[in-house]
Design a binder for this molecule. Structure first.
Ligand code: CP
Length: 322
């Protein structure tokens, strides 16, 4: 079954973050992604919706889930997909982000998916290029498709956002996943608790409109969803935690601490996981509570929905309409 083409979904020709999206745009993307979950579970996963379109993945940081799911999403929609091997590209000779992106832009892609270590990199490219730009993670700023796939996972588990309490736990300071999820969950009417040591929270975290807890046991009391974050050791220049062992004792999710959440609470993690640091394997692998593998599955559907939505905008603008 091929989902029907309907009206345009996104106001912008780029997806740079959740902050700028309306509730209507988020709900429309989730609804569209639902149709792609069904397609992805069928024997014939391919459509020709994006036939003739070109998608380039430009990842300056490592990725398993995001890059491979954008590749699969593009291919399942019938697009030509190029994965730039940044490490062996002319970036290694000193070519800048802008020069690399404008060079690729000259090859007339329709959509560029970019991950970069600097906050604002995707927004910068969206002003320089004439193709659609999708932010696949920029520094500690935003990771919009992660928040969308998390929302899809929560919604498909039958949870309503209005009145839902979600605890986001761990390295909030360095986490673009946390920022995008905070924006999305608050827009959708959920309550957000941030649980972290003071060293791993941005200054005045309450300004986001969330509740802040430094004691994980208090923060987990009665929550509907526990969203664990990876301790991003690669972004830490100093000692943010005494030791990973100590960190696990106070901020790692194990079966004992999980008992404080509401019975039936969902356990989420964007991956990759540091097992035994922020989450215990007995929780991460317990399919009664953990929806981590579902998050990965929803990632492909959400990225198909995003590519579909952006290509509708291209067709409306009459740019190289297939
Ligand atoms: N969650 C996430 O962005 O994973 P990857 O780094 O593997 O893409």
């Amino acid at each position: 079954m091929t989902p029907a083409r309907a009206e345009t979904i996104l106001k912008s020709s780029h997806l740079l973050g959740i902050e700028a999206l309306s509730v209507g745009e988020i709900v429309s993307l989730l609804d569209l992604a639902d149709t792609y979950v069904a397609l992805n579970r069928s024997a014939n996963k391919k459509t020709d919706l994006l036939k003739g379109r070109t998608l380039i993945n430009l990842f300056f940081e490592a990725s398993t889930r995001t890059q491979s799911s954008f590749e699969l999403a593009g291919k399942r929609l019938g697009a030509d997909v190029l994965n730039m091997a940044v490490r062996t590209s002319s970036v290694s000779k000193g070519e800048t982000l802008i020069d690399t992106a404008t060079t690729l832009n000259a090859m007339r892609p329709d959509i560029l998916v970019v991950r970069h270590q600097d906050s604002g990199a995707a927004e910068l490219l969206s002003r320089k290029l004439d193709c659609c730009v999708v932010n696949a993670g920029d520094g500690s700023h935003e990771h919009p498709t992660q928040a969308l796939l998390d929302a899809l996972t929560i919604r498909r588990r039958g949870r309503k956002f209005e009145g839902l309490t979600v605890a986001i736990c761990g390295d909030v300071l360095h986490s673009r996943v946390a920022r995008s999820n905070i924006h999305l969950l608050l827009k959708m009417g959920a309550r957000v608790r941030l649980i972290a040591p003071r060293t791993l929270l941005p200054g005045e975290a309450e300004r986001f409109g969330v509740e802040v807890f430094h004691d994980m046991k208090k923060g987990l009391e009665g929550v509907d969803v526990v969203m664990m974050l990876r301790l991003q050791l690669e972004r830490m220049s100093g000692a943010f935690v005494p030791s990973t062992r100590e960190y696990f004792r106070f901020y790692g999710l194990d079966a004992e601490k999980l008992k404080l959440a509401k019975p039936g609470a969902l356990v989420m993690h964007p991956g990759p996981m540091n097992r035994g640091v922020e989450i215990d394997s007995t929780v991460a692998d317990d399919i009664e509570v953990s929806v981590i593998q579902e998050q990965v599955e929803m990632g492909v559907a959400i990225r198909m929905a995003v590519l579909d939505a952006l290509s509708r905008g291209l067709a409306l603008e009459g740019r190289n309409s297939p």
